[in-house]
Write a protein that binds this ligand. Structure first.
Ligand code: ATP
Ligand code: MG
Length: 330
């Protein structure tokens, strides 16, 4: 049976980008068609400046939101990364498989390094080795597919390279995975800065729609979205990125095609109103279920406990085999 693995970092409140680019596909398709694992990857949250109490809170919130979005713990496995030691164990072997140069080439490393420095902080070594841990997350489970937003495709590509290299050097151990990206909204842009990706850890929040934003807040953020010069409504990602982003979001929320949708509008105002309502309606059930689940923390903890146990059992034999293949007396 096809196996699927993916995750989110507890580095901030989940955004519309996380939802449309990743989580919605996990809920609507992936969990039903494959043996799927979804993880709150809290170890990855320690790669940048962090507040321990906040990470702990966001980890539980992210898990609650995954369930609120519709992941069903009866059909898939939902768990927290740090509860399963196999991730960290295998990560070290991946560091011994990867080269320094291929880690430094990662776009996320370059971008997050620049941001940490601009914030006046130092760059943690784990930010550089991040892709080794991510490769371990995926390879430990023998995942065939990794459903992610477009920005993570490069890391999955590196994971493929590492799996192939490991198998060639030490014998067939890992499944070689591939990234799957949604057809629309694979890269939702910041509403205020439509040339950069919407990201939950960004400092400026005016252009970010969070899954738990009140409808009024969502409407305000969408109505104030930056649109590019010009007045015609056309779909052109290169020349009119702000407008294209709104059309992508509308298409993703209503199931339409962004180019065709553009033809239906002759003014920005009407388009923005429809985008705002479409986003509010898309997020409404998630917010409502989140409120219900948040009142039941015992249930979420129980799901995470079961999930970690199941994940551990799935990962251990393959990670042990990798230790032996590399020459360790495991
Ligand atoms: P951070 O700013 O801390 O990197 P993030 O918002 O990028 O946070 P991640 O936890 O890094 O979120 O990514 C979780 C999943 O959401 C990944 O599959 C990623 O590709 C996807 N994703 C993140 N941002 C977007 C976006 N703007 N559009 C589409 N998909 C996205
Ligand atoms: Mg990210």
């Amino acid at each position: 049976r096809t196996r699927i693995f993916s995750g989110v970092k507890p580095t901030g409140h989940l955004t519309l980008g996380n939802y449309l680019g990743a989580v919605r596909g996990w809920v609507e398709e992936d969990q039903h068609r494959a043996e799927a694992l979804f993880c709150v990857v809290d170890l990855h949250a320690l790669t940048v400046d962090h507040d321990p109490a906040r990470v702990r809170r966001l980890t539980r919130q992210a898990a609650t939101l995954l369930l609120a979005s519709g992941l069903d713990p009866e059909v898939c496995t939902v768990f927290v990364q740090s509860r399963v030691d196999e991730h960290a164990r295998l990560s070290y072997l991946m560091e011994c498989t990867a080269s320094d140069g291929e880690m430094r080439r990662m776009i996320q490393y370059k971008e997050k390094t620049a941001r940490e420095q601009a914030r006046g902080g130092s760059v943690r070594l784990s930010l550089l080795t991040y892709p080794a841990l991510m490769a371990a997350d995926i390879l430990a489970y023998g995942a065939h597919e990794v459903p992610v937003g477009e920005d993570q495709a490069q890391h999955v590509e590196l994971t493929r390279d590492l799996a192939i290299r490991f198998n060639q050097r030490y014998g067939a151990t890992f499944v070689v995975p591939r990234a799957t990206v949604p057809k629309v909204a694979a890269r939702v842009m910041d509403l205020q800065e439509p040339t950069s990706k919407m990201g939950k850890s960004h400092d400026r929040t005016a252009g970010i729609v969070y899954l738990l934003d009140e409808p009024e807040v969502v409407r305000k953020k969408v109505m104030r979205a930056v649109t590019d010069g010009g007045s015609e409504v056309v779909y052109d990602r290169a020349e009119r990125p702000g407008l294209a982003n709104l059309l992508d979001v509308l298409a993703a929320c209503t199931g339409g095609d962004p180019e065709r949708l553009a033809g239906g509008y002759d003014a920005y105002g009407a388009l923005k109103k429809d985008v705002a309502e479409a986003v509010v309606e898309t997020l409404r059930p998630v917010r409502e279920r989140h409120a219900a689940l948040a009142a039941e923390p015992g249930y979420v903890d129980e799901v995470l406990g079961r999930g970690a146990e199941r994940a551990r059992d799935m990962a251990r034999p393959r990670v042990d085999a990798a230790y032996r293949a590399m020459g360790l007396l495991a």
